[in-house]
Design a protein around this ligand. Structure first.
Ligand code: ADP
Ligand code: MG
Length: 200
């Protein structure tokens, strides 16, 4: 395929949306065609997933993971692959790595997650924005009960550990320190992408 498939991943509040937008703008300035997209998607299956995440309805963890896979299959077929075929740089905010890192803390088997994602296109380059759970939570929201916060931090610590453990799951994965300034993080990402494009 003519395009480039880039994934940004990490904890909430790591700066994924901010950096995805800056990367999009920079690539456009360089004359590239860019598709900025995210998972879960804004489509119908993505909506179901979001309603589970917002606790509007409950479902089995495995059912949730199958929804993520269904959303991904649809997303790939309808948006990502057609764009790559037309030479677009696709920036996807969260992808399979999120499934693994968040899924396993809900006691879903990693190998099962790998198998239900095995047919999907692999990203060519993955950038993990790494921030401690405290920073993640501070950036996402500031007012919560301390107990809830403590539970949340414990959970996010596990997710962050998973990002480090699974960072070699896909080729060309880079970990960027997301606690640096927005400008510094953007500069590092540009550097990584520039090197990658020049080698391609
Ligand atoms: P995500 O999409 O990863 O959840 P956002 O990009 O939406 O995160 O950023 C969450 C909040 O943190 C926003 O208010 C954003 O302006 C701020 N933020 C993002 N990156 C940084 C950074 N490097 N330093 C300080 N604040 C940041
Ligand atoms: Mg975001």
């Amino acid at each position: 395929m003519k395009g480039i498939f880039i994934v940004l991943d990490g904890l909430d509040g790591a700066g994924l949306s901010t950096q995805a937008r800056l990367l999009e703008k920079w690539l456009r300035k360089k004359g590239k065609k860019v598709l900025l997209t995210k998972e879960p998607t804004f489509g119908m299956i993505g909506g179901l997933i979001k309603s589970v995440l917002k606790r509007e309805w409950k479902t089995d963890q495995k059912a949730l993971q199958l929804l993520f896979s269904a959303d991904r299959a649809h997303h790939l077929q309808k948006e990502i692959i057609p764009a790559l075929e037309r030479g677009y740089v696709v920036i996807c905010d969260r992808y399979i790595l999120s499934t693994y890192c968040f899924g396993v803390i809900d006691r879903v088997d990693l190998n099962w997650l790998r198998s239900i994602n095995s047919k999907f296109l692999k990203p060519e380059i993955t950038i993990i924005l790494d921030v401690p759970p405290q920073v993640s939570l501070e950036r996402v929201e500031k007012s919560r009960f301390s107990l809830e916060l403590f539970e949340e931090i414990k959970k996010l610590k596990k997710v962050r550990r998973n990002y480090h453990k699974l960072k070699n799951e896909f080729p060309n994965t880079f970990v960027v320190d997301g606690t640096k300034s927005i400008h510094e993080v953007h500069a590092e990402i540009k550097n990584i992408i520039e090197k990658f494009i020049s080698k391609k």
